[in-house]
Design a protein around this ligand. Structure first.
Ligand code: AMP
Length: 590
C-alpha cells in the first residue's frame, strides 16, 4: 500500500495531509493521483462520495497549477451548492500551505456581485454549480478561457438534475488543450456520452464495481402495508436508539409531512427540501451536522451533497422513481471507513423493484421483519443498560448523594436496578404492549411472527461500534462456532449489541462456547433472549430462559420525560426548536 509521499505529492500538500490526519491514501487516490501528477490526460473515475475523490482530483490540481499566477486555471463543476462549498472548503484545507492560493465558490442563492469580486481578486481555482457558472460567463464576470484542468464532479448527479446543456455550454468556453477529469458514482448512458464528446482517450479507473454501492453498507428491506409506512418508520427508529439518519421521501410534500409528524411524535427530526429558503436549509443542515437532528427527512435533490460522515442509517421511506438514485441515497451512509445500513420500506407491489436494485448495486438485500413492540422494548432497555454501564460518574452529583442514598436506604441493589430500568422500559412498554405486527409477507398476508419453537434467539454484546454489520457478524459467529452456512440467522446488529438466532439444537453449543470467551481482550457475552414479539417470551434472561414473565420489570405508569439521547430538539421550525428539549419525548406517539 502506498503512502502519500510515494504518490509524488509535494511538501506543502504533505504537511496539510499530516495536519488533516490522513494516514493512508484511499483507493481512488492511489489510482488517480500518480497518473494525474505525471501525465496531462483525461480521466474517468467511477467512485462514490465518501471515497476521498475530492482529494483524488484536488491534490493533483493544487500541485499542478501555478499559484504565482492569478489566472483561473482550474474549474470544478459540481451539482449542488452544498457540494460546491464542501469542495471549496476541502481544497482550502488541502492547500493551506500553498501561499497565495485563492479558491472561489460560485453558486446560486448568494450575491453574484460578491462572487464576481472574489474572482476579480484572482482565483486560480473556481468551484461552481453549472447554472450560476453559465450565468456569470454570459455576464462576462468570469473568464475560463485559460483553464488547464476541468473537473466534472458527480457527473451523473449533474445530468440527473438536467444540467447537460449548461455543462456543454460551459465547456464550450474552455480551451481544447486542457485535461478533463470526470468523477461519477454511476455510468449511465448520458455520462458515457459526455465522456465521449468532451474527452480524449480518457483513462478509466473504477473504485469497486461500476454502479456498485459501497461495501461498507448493508441493505435491508421491510414489506409493510402502504398505510403502515409511517408506523414502520417509527419502529425502525425506535429499534435503533442511536440512529443518525437520512430518511428519503419522493416528494417535497411527503418530506415535510413525515418530518412534521416525527417532530410531533417527539423525535429529533427536520425536513430538507426545495420549498425551504436557503436560510432554512442552512439551519437544518447545521442542526443535523451538530447531531441535534437524528432523522433528517429529505428529497433526493435537497440531499445531494450532504457531507456528513457518520450517518448510521439511510431509510428509504419511499423508493425513488429512478432506481439508479438508490445508489446515491445509500452512499450517504458507510462513509469514511464506517459501516452503515440502508433500509427500504416497501409495499408488496414494490418488491420487484428490490430485485432490480440488487442487479444495479450487485449486492443482495436482506429481507427483514419490522421489529415487534417487545423487541423494541428490549433494544431500548439494553441500550440504556449499556449507556449506564459506560457512563463516567459526574461528581457534580456528589452533594446530592446523601439525600438520594437516604431515599433508597431500604432498597437493595437488585430492586434498585429493577426500578431504575423500569422507568425507561415502562414508557416503551406502555406504548408498544398492544401494538400490532406490521410485517406482511410478499404475497400480502399479514405475517405470523411466532418464532418457530425450534429457534433460539440470542443477545450478544458486540455491535456496529465493534465494526460488525449483519453479514460480518454472521460470518464471525459461523467461523468461531464452526457452524454451517444457514445455522446462524435473523442477525440484527445494533450499535453496541446484536441479536441472532440458531436452531434450538445448537443452543448448548453456543452457550457453552461463550461461557468464557474473550475476543480482542474483551469478554463476549451471549445470552438467550426471549423477544415476545417473535416467540411469546418476555425478556433477556441471564439465567438462560428459566425465569418467568412475572419477574419482568414493570414500572408504574408515569408521564414520559425527555429521554436524553444527546441529540435533542432540532426540528427546523422555530416553534419546535424552542420547545423540543423540554417537551416529553415521543409523548404523543400513536
Ligand atoms: P470525499 O469522497 O471527497 O467526499 O471524502 C470523504 C471524506 O473523507 C472527507 O471528509 C475527506 O476529508 C476524508 N478523506 C479523504 N481522503 C482521506 C484519506 N486518505 N484518509 C482519511 N480521510 C480521508
Amino acid at each position: 500500500m502506498s503512502t502519500f509521499q510515494e504518490l509524488g505529492l509535494n511538501e506543502d500538500l504533505l504537511n496539510a495531509i499530516n495536519d488533516l490526519g490522513f494516514v493512508t491514501p484511499s483507493e481512488v487516490q492511489q489510482k488517480a493521483i500518480p497518473v494525474l501528477l505525471e501525465e496531462e490526460r483525461d480521466l474517468v473515475a467511477l467512485a462514490q462520495t465518501g471515497t476521498g475523490k475530492t482529494a483524488a482530483f484536488g491534490f493533483p490540481m493544487l500541485q499542478k497549477i501555478n499559484i504565482k499566477s492569478r489566472t483561473t486555471q482550474g474549474l470544478i463543476l459540481s451539482p449542488t451548492r452544498e457540494l460546491c462549498l464542501q469542495i471549496t472548503n476541502e481544497l482550502k484545507l488541502y492547500g493551506k500551505y500553498c501561499k497565495g492560493l485563492n479558491v472561489v465558490a460560485i453558486y446560486g442563492g448568494a450575491s453574484v456581485t460578491e462572487q464576481a469580486n472574489q474572482i476579480k481578486k484572482g482565483a486560480q481555482i473556481v468551484v461552481a454549480t453549472p447554472g450560476r457558472m453559465k450565468d456569470m460567463i454570459s455576464r462576462k464576470l468570469v473568464d475560463i478561457s485559460k483553464i488547464e484542468y476541468s473537473v466534472l464532479d458527480e457527473a451523473d448527479e449533474m445530468l440527473n438534475m438536467g444540467f447537460y446543456e449548461d455543462i456543454t455550454d460551459i465547456l464550450a468556453h474552455t480551451p481544447m488543450e486542457k485535461s478533463t477529469w470526470l468523477f461519477s458514482a454511476t455510468m449511465p448512458k448520458e455520462v458515457a456520452s459526455i465522456a465521449k464528446k468532451f474527452m480524449y482517450d480518457p483513462l478509466e479507473i473504477t473504485v469497486g464495481n461500476r454502479n456498485e454501492s459501497t461495501n461498507q453498507v448493508s441493505h435491508e428491506y421491510y414489506v409493510v402495508n402502504g398505510r403502515d409506512r409511517y408506523l414502520a418508520l417509527k419502529r425502525l427508529a425506535d429499534a435503533n436508539p442511536d440512529i443518525f439518519s437520512v430518511v428519503f421521501c419522493r416528494t417535497k410534500r411527503d418530506t415535510q409531512r413525515v418530518a412534521e409528524k416525527l417532530v410531533e411524535d417527539g423525535y429529533n427530526a427536520g425536513a430538507l427540501h426545495g420549498d425551504l429558503s436557503q436560510n432554512q436549509r442552512d439551519l437544518v443542515m447545521k442542526a443535523f451536522r451538530n447531531n441535534q437532528i437524528q432523522m433528517l427527512v429529505a428529497t433526493d435533490v435537497a440531499a445531494r451533497g450532504i457531507d456528513v460522515d457518520d450517518i448510521t442509517h439511510v431509510i428509504n421511506y419511499q423508493l425513488p422513481d429512478e432506481i439508479e438514485t438508490y445508489t446515491h441515497r445509500s452512499g450517504r451512509t458507510g462513509r469514511a471507513g464506517k459501516t452503515g445500513v440502508s433500509m427500504v420500506i416497501v409495499a408488496k407491489s414494490e418488491v420487484r423493484k428490490i430485485k432490480s436494485i440488487e442487479r444495479i448495486i450487485k449486492k443482495q438485500f436482506q429481507k427483514k421483519d419490522i421489529p415487534s413492540g417487545m423487541e423494541i422494548c428490549e433494544v431500548q432497555l439494553m441500550s440504556l443498560a449499556n449507556k449506564v454501564h459506560n457512563t463516567e460518574v459526574n461528581h457534580e452529583i456528589d452533594p446530592y448523594l446523601d439525600s438520594i442514598n437516604d431515599l433508597f436506604e431500604d432498597t437493595n441493589k437488585e430492586e434498585l436496578i429493577k426500578k431504575f430500568f423500569s422507568v425507561e422500559f415502562t414508557r416503551f412498554f406502555n406504548y408498544y404492549k398492544d401494538s400490532k405486527d406490521l410485517t406482511v409477507s410478499e404475497s400480502g398476508e399479514s405475517h405470523s411472527r411466532e418464532r418457530s419453537s425450534d429457534d433460539v434467539r440470542y443477545f450478544i454484546n458486540v455491535g456496529r461500534k465493534d465494526g460488525y454489520d449483519w453479514m460480518s457478524l454472521k460470518d464471525f459467529l459461523k467461523a468461531i462456532l464452526e457452524l454451517g452456512r444457514d445455522d446462524v440467522f435473523k442477525v440484527d446488529v445494533k450499535d453496541s449489541f446484536s441479536f441472532f438466532n440458531t436452531e434450538k439444537a445448537l443452543q448448548e453449543k453456543v452457550l457453552s462456547f461463550f461461557t468464557d470467551f474473550k475476543y480482542n481482550g474483551r469478554f463476549v457475552n451471549v445470552e438467550i433472549t426471549e423477544n415476545r414479539g417473535r416467540s411469546g417470551g418476555g425478556k433477556r434472561d441471564r439465567k438462560r430462559g428459566r425465569r418467568n414473565r412475572d419477574e419482568q420489570p414493570r414500572g408504574e405508569r408515569r408521564s414520559r420525560r425527555s429521554k436524553d439521547s444527546g441529540r435533542r430538539g432540532a426540528s427546523g421550525s422555530k416553534k419546535n426548536r424552542r420547545s423540543a428539549s423540554d417537551r416529553p419525548r415521543r409523548s404523543r406517539r400513536k
